[in-house]
Design a protein around this ligand. Structure first.
Ligand code: FPP
Length: 234
């Protein structure tokens, strides 16, 4: 294991893995090649974050809006995820990584649901890094689902703290750092509630090129941020 002395390590890092399509296009390759390289980059980031001792890593793999892409591309991305689980589940358990999927499971094909449930079950006793893969996820949908749960319970008033209990993973702390690759400077309906005070880091690097060195750059940048949560320095 490599040793990096990272002071002020964020406890929760969330990543919008963007730019796979452009990475492929630049090379004259079909978009799916970019996703294939993107999955390798995801694997690299997962291993590195776990080695560094990051407690929570959330990766945006597939948004509810992504269904609008050509069926072939959608199937390819979902297949990449299933292959990742099929090939890496044992190694995740070995690394003591707990894997959970964030998002609406209802609209996913049954075969995917079975694969992700198996992965969640087999890593449920792992106490190392928490790996959260956002799949069929939408930040607004998560908030709406929370509101509907509250209404169905007949609860007439909530606070910011009690509202959190109705989000998908109430036990997960808000991200300290959000990374987005490929030069886009948007949140794109990712963890809308949870990103309220997160530090945001944008890089031009396309996701397939995001390696350990690029990850470290984001972490070093984070170290130099001053997090005030609306307060002032005294
Ligand atoms: C964004 O690039 C990427 C996606 C929508 C898919 C991300 C999925 C993976 C990297 C596979 C996940 C695998 C694991 C193991 C977690 P884009 O296609 O929007 O790129 P573009 O903006 O250049 O077109």
């Amino acid at each position: 294991m490599k040793h990096h002395n990272i002071y002020k390590l964020p406890s929760h890092v969330a990543i919008i893995m963007d730019g796979n399509g452009r990475w492929a296009k630049k090379r004259g390759l079909p978009r799916v090649f970019g996703h294939k390289e993107g999955a390798k980059a995801a694997e690299k980031a997962i291993t590195f974050a776990s080695e560094l001792g990051i407690k929570y890593l959330t990766l945006f793999a597939f948004s509810t809006e992504n269904w609008a892409r050509p069926q072939e591309e959608v199937n390819f991305i979902l297949k990449l995820l299933v292959d990742y689980i099929d090939n890496k589940l044992d190694s995740l358990v070995e690394k003591n990584i707990n894997l959970r999927f964030l998002g609406r499971k209802e609209q996913l094909p049954q075969s995917i649901v079975m694969t992700i449930q198996k992965a969640e079950k087999e890593t449920s006793n792992c106490t190392g890094m928490n790996l959260i893969i956002a799949l069929n996820y939408s930040g607004r949908a998560e908030i709406i689902d929370a509101v509907n749960k509250i209404i169905s319970k007949g609860i007439s008033s909530v606070t910011e703290e009690s509202f959190r209990d109705y989000l998908y993973f109430p036990d997960v702390p808000d991200p300290d750092l959000l990374i987005r690759t490929s030069g886009e400077v948007r949140i794109s309906n990712f963890l809308l509630w949870q990103l309220a005070y997160s530090e945001l880091y944008f890089t031009e690097v396309l996701w397939p090129d995001f390696d350990e060195e690029e990850f470290l750059k984001a972490l070093y940048d984070y170290q130099n941020r001053e997090r005030r949560f609306g307060r002032i320095e005294i």
